[in-house]
Design a protein around this ligand. Structure first.
Ligand SMILES: NC(=O)C1=CN([C@@H]2O[C@H](COP(=O)(O)OP(=O)(O)OC[C@H]3O[C@@H](n4cnc5c(N)ncnc54)[C@H](OP(=O)(O)O)[C@@H]3O)[C@@H](O)[C@H]2O)C=CC1
Ligand SMILES: O=C1O[C@H](COP(=O)(O)O)[C@@H](O)[C@H](O)[C@H]1O
Length: 570
């Protein structure tokens, strides 16, 4: 009886993510896989008349939208078109604004989800007028938009795109900003409603918050409008600085008006994790230490640090993405069912998990840092981290981290949660893989139990959004041969609707005042407790090296191998 190699999912010929050689194109089922299947869509769940997709923009069919209790609850609770308002963006010339914020605002405008008179007010150090700023935004929107380009949609939006030049330490510039905002309130009927988006590095949050406080821009007593603040991640640099920031932000804005953004929570597949777990009977009974062997959460990026040397070298992978995105994924994957799908109930459950999440006892072997060296990616030679522009030649900042975490609860006792993230890895992929224990007994004569892989449920966050279930199946033929196969659910095949970009959804949530998808101060602080323990240990150490284009340093592989496990090759 022939069997695939040990823990065979990594090597099975029937699965789409089986080799190191790279991924299949998005939406491609495993070639020749007899067991590849699509789970059909559930009953339509969108209430009549609430579809956010206007005619002619995106394909939308009435049926086939699977229920997402989280989103649908919010849809019922709040109108999805905001009141007239302004969005003030600090750091509007930065990378995030160019790649994500301006395109997302255009997409919202194109979907008719912005209110009449909606104003974008950019603040930055460039010596630009409104016209120049608008030209730049047009270029960014055109190259980054998800929805089709419509000149008329842009024209309508761009009438209300304004710019104020200045530095964050310049009182006069903030007085000018305040005056401009007041004028716009009158001109556009925005009634004082404004959201302040801090698209800036965390070290600059305090100076901007102090300026907002000094100018009383957050004060609603005279106009009765609302004022909200959006703070980008990472929220602080460690536990102490995040507490200080929380105090500062609470001085200026009331808690319900503080939106700590973590764009991973705006991703469709991340929200679907809750639907998967709590809208089905199938998974929850086996979602615990009795059945689960381990969980692997991977966020791999093929890109390097781009133009963000200044930010990245002070931050590193653990603070940049593990403290926020990956610990949020872990919390959603591990939490108990919330008593309702409200912001508070979900945060309560996530917080319990974060409090119970502990760094490994053996930090030296189970908390691995890496830094990429020169290598090859997609046929291109790419420089090492230390050769990147503006990175000091002796930097010890990590561009990769792999950590074994434990969740000290009855449900998860003894189940390792391996999280890893890195830049310049072979491909961009984020996934949560739940690996189940092996069957305790196989009734087939001569079956090599070691050779059969573990059942796996893989939630593919991006880019091939969907889910894969791996299990053993009989190979056709006279012999009783069992081999691992994969059953795929792909968003692109199951639904005709396209997913909004995370920033589209989250900006809209800010404007309508829905904080369901935003972590609160307690969650942020609990996450820093975990990260601080790792950072303290790493202090003064040098990261392991890995070649750009490889799956991280050897030490990260050894971390799992010591326990008889392997990383999945996504
Ligand atoms: N980039 C990304 O992919 C993501 C970023 N984020 C988060 O978003 C935030 C912003 O990141 P990113 O856009 O990459 O950062 P950038 O470094 O690209 O942009 C920083 C912005 O801040 C402005 N700025 C800096 N100092 C001052 C000052 N003294 N006065 C006025 N403006 C100033 C810069 O203006 P100037 O042009 O004049 O220098 C620039 O517009 C960070 O918290 C980051 O963690 C979150 C998710 C993804
Ligand atoms: O928050 C961040 O996320 C991006 C990756 O976002 P994704 O949505 O493309 O997965 C990462 O590149 C950046 O370093 C980090 O700050």
């Amino acid at each position: 009886m022939t069997q695939p190699a040990a823990d065979a999912p990594e090597a099975s010929a029937t699965t789409p993510e089986t080799t190191d050689a790279g991924a299949p194109p998005p939406g491609t089922p495993a070639e020749g896989s007899p067991a590849t299947n699509t789970i059909p869509a559930a009953e339509p769940a969108e209430p009549a008349g609430t579809s956010p997709i206007p005619p002619g923009q995106l394909t939308a069919t009435p049926g086939g939208r699977a229920a997402n209790p989280l989103r649908d609850a919010a849809d019922r609770r709040l109108p999805r078109v905001p009141e007239p308002c302004a969005l003030v963006i600090f750091g509007v010339t930065g990378d995030l604004s160019r790649k994500k914020l301006i395109p997302a605002i255009y997409d919202l405008a194109n979907r008719d989800l912005l209110p009449p008179g909606f104003v974008v007010l950019g603040f930055a150090r460039r010596d630009w007028g409104d016209g120049e700023f608008e030209d730049v935004c047009r270029e960014w929107a055109k190259s980054g938009a998800r929805t089709q380009w419509r000149e008329d949609a842009w024209e309508r939006l761009s009438e209300n795109i304004k710019f104020v030049a200045g530095s964050f330490d310049d009182d006069a510039a903030f007085d000018h900003l305040d005056a401009t905002l007041k004028e716009l309130h009158d001109e556009h009927g925005i009634l004082g409603n404004a959201a302040f988006y801090l698209s800036i590095p965390p070290s600059l949050f305090p100076v901007v918050l102090n300026q907002i406080e000094r100018t009383k821009m957050a004060d609603t007593t005279t106009d009765g409008g609302w004022r909200r603040v959006v703070v980008e991640k990472p929220f602080g640099h460690d536990l102490e600085s995040s507490k200080e920031l929380n105090r500062l932000v609470d001085n200026v804005f009331s808690p319900e008006n503080v939106f700590r953004i973590d764009h991973y929570l705006g991703k469709e597949t991340v929200q679907n994790l809750l639907a998967l777990r709590f809208a089905n009977q199938l998974f929850e009974p086996i979602w615990n230490a009795h059945y689960v062997d381990s969980v692997q959460i991977t966020m791999a990026e093929d890109v390097g640090i781009g133009t963000r040397a200044g930010f990245y070298d002070k931050t590193g992978t653990a603070r940049d993405v593990i403290q926020n995105h990956l610990l949020q994924l872990l919390a959603l994957a591990a939490m108990e069912e919330p008593v309702s799908f409200t912001a508070d109930a979900i945060r309560t459950e996530k917080l319990k998990v974060l409090h119970a999440t502990k760094p490994p006892a053996d930090l030296e072997h189970d908390a691995i840092r890496g830094q990429y060296e020169q290598g090859w990616l997609a046929g291109q030679r790419v420089p090492g981290y230390l050769q990147e522009k503006d990175i000091p030649g002796d930097s010890t900042t990590e561009t990769y981290a792999a950590i074994k975490l434990g969740i000290h609860t009855r449900r998860w006792a003894g189940v390792p949660f391996y999280v890893r993230a890195g830049k310049r890895l072979p491909r961009r992929v984020t996934e949560i893989a739940v690996l189940f224990k092996k069957a305790p007994h196989l009734p087939f004569a001569n079956t090599d139990t070691e050779a059969l892989g573990r059942n796996q449920l893989v939630i593919k966050v991006q880019p091939d959004e969907g889910m894969t279930l791996k299990f053993g199946s009989k190979v056709p033929g006279s012999a009783m041969e069992v081999r691992d196969v994969a059953m795929d659910f792909l968003y692109g095949e199951a639904f005709t609707e396209s997913s909004p970009e995370a920033y589209e959804r989250l900006i809209l949530d800010v404007l309508v005042g829905d904080s369901t998808l935003f972590p609160n101060a307690d969650e942020v602080e609990a996450s820093w407790v975990v990260i601080d323990a790792l950072e303290d240990f790493w202090q003064g150490t040098t990261p392991h090296k890995y070649r750009a284009g490889e799956w991280g340093p050897r030490a990260a592989d050894e971390m799992l191998e010591r326990e008889g496990r392997n990383w999945r090759r996504p």
